[in-house]
Unconditional design. Sequence first.
Length: 81
Amino acid sequence: KAQVPSRDALFVPTGWDTQTKVDQAASQLPGGGGLDRSFESIVISLEPPPPTPPAVEECEDMPTFLRRHAAILQKLGGGSG
């Protein structure tokens, strides 16, 4: 018979953990309700959440950029004309 002093001190040796035996030990826990919550609801992950991807930035191609700025480039003496 498993000795279960508290809900937080449940130790299940390797090879012993059939579902029937776990349910039986859980029913003997103080409070009587068995295992009310899943393991994942109590133990949280220590891994940091994945970083959010950077926002997509739309860039125009070089010929379009140069066409839009042709006047400024002419004033500055750039480009051939």
